[in-house]
Design a protein around this ligand. Structure first.
Ligand code: SF4
Length: 395
């Protein structure tokens, strides 16, 4: 029996998002449920309304009786009980991102600049100390339009804090988005107040637990000690830190030691990734990295399993979801869009391929159904090309 005075809220981690005419429930970004038209009406009616009021709204919207509206809500809650909870109070509308009939991504990756104080051996952007900063005014105007529609923003580079207006940009996002700052870890500490107050997560890369080896791979002397120092200082400033490291041939024991070192300084999230043969890594012998012995992987997985306080994942264990009629076999160009330092909007940040761009941050109509149809027509020729599971690699 329904308690008409209760609110219904999505479980923590469940995200609700419009993609065109369809409302999706995303469960931890790994799986999704496309709701029916009636289910989407029920979810919309329950937003910031006690069940009794939601039933009234549903009755009006569907031209049905109040008894049927209540029954529909009851059936919905039974079916979706894993994803919603009952609550006596609501702190305002629960978040439904996107917009009915439009095509907003869940996540935007913004490269603020292609300048960086490091010159990592694997850098897909081939970042150097010289380069271009994104136009601040155009970016902020664009991000005004995506407020309340897009949930998450990743600020990257190059080194994002090298952008002359980094502070202004992160402050413009404060309270409106879940923010991740993808940094080299060099020189970022002067913005810790802004990062903390924006509730942003700081993500940095460490290649090795051996300072000299890390410095060599990052192309900067003293990089390891500065990054470690900046991680400690970030933790002291109440900032959550995620560290990415890369599995290479014969570096499993190094990663094990790195995990121990990071655990000691309070890092709670470590991401183990593989190197993609893009940018500067094109010359790197990626093939030999893929011949990593299974027994080494097993050792690493065993270690990860036994960690109590650290959440460690292999990047390739994350499922990459694609929506029905997605352009690619992952979320690129649908749920995730990428903006480069020139203000071009691409489906994927890893490779900005000419001809595949969705548009620019100055295009007014970027999220409309009309624009989406035009875009799908424009890129249909690229669909057949698919190297190693990714259409961008090899183009
Ligand atoms: S820190 Fe990032 S942007 Fe800078 S060189 Fe390394 S990979 Fe490239």
């Amino acid at each position: 029996m329904l308690n008409e005075k209760l609110y219904i809220l999505p479980q923590k981690g469940v995200e609700i998002h419009w993609w065109g005419k369809d409302l999706y429930l995303f469960i931890n970004r790994q799986t999704y449920i496309k709701t029916s038209r009636m289910e989407s009406k029920i979810i919309s009616a329950m937003r910031d309304n006690i069940i009794g009021r939601a039933a009234e709204i549903l009755k009006r919207e569907t031209h049905t009786s109040i008894a049927i509206a209540r029954e529909l809500i009851e059936l919905f809650l039974k079916e979706y009980q894993e994803y919603f909870i009952e609550a006596e109070y609501s702190r305002g509308e629960f978040n439904i991102s996107g917009e009915k009939g439009s095509y907003y991504p869940l996540e935007l990756h913004v490269s603020l600049t292609n300048k960086c104080p490091q010159s990592c051996f694997h850098c897909y952007k081939e970042a150097t100390k010289c380069g271009t900063d994104i136009d601040t005014k155009a970016l902020i105007e664009f991000l005004e339009k995506t407020k309340g529609k897009v949930r998450e923003i990743h600020l990257s580079g190059g080194e994002p804090s090298v952008h002359g207006n980094f502070r202004e940009i992160i402050r413009a996002l404060e309270g409106e988005y879940k923010i991740n700052v993808l940094s080299s870890g060099i020189g970022i500490d002067i913005y810790y107040k802004d990062i903390h107050e924006s509730n942003a997560v700081l993500a940095v890369t460490i290649f090795s637990n051996m300072p000299k080896l890390h410095d060599k791979l990052a192309g900067k002397e003293g990089s390891y000690s500065e990054i470690i120092q900046n991680i400690k200082s970030a933790k002291e400033n109440g900032i959550s830190v995620v560290v990415t490291t890369f599995i290479r041939n014969n570096n499993v024991s190094d990663i094990l030691e790195l995990i121990d070192s990071l655990e000691c300084i309070g890092v709670k999230a470590i991401n183990i990734a593989r190197i993609a043969p893009l940018g500067r890594a094109k010359d790197y012998d990626v093939q030999s990295d893929f011949s990593i012995r299974q027994e080494d992987i097993d050792i690493l997985k065993e270690k990860i399993k036994n960690l109590n306080n650290v959440n460690t994942i292999f990047e390739d264990e994350e499922e990459n979801i694609s929506l029905p009629n997605s352009i690619f076999s992952c979320s690129a160009g649908t749920l995730v869009w990428s903006i480069n330092e020139l203000g071009e909007v691409h489906p994927c940040g890893v490779s900005s391929v000419n001809g595949m761009e969705i548009g620019t941050i100055r295009d007014a109509d970027l999220f409309s159904s009309k624009y989406r149809k035009m875009y799908i027509r424009k890129i249909k020729d690229f669909r057949g090309k698919n190297a190693g599971g990714c259409p961008f690699v090899g183009l």
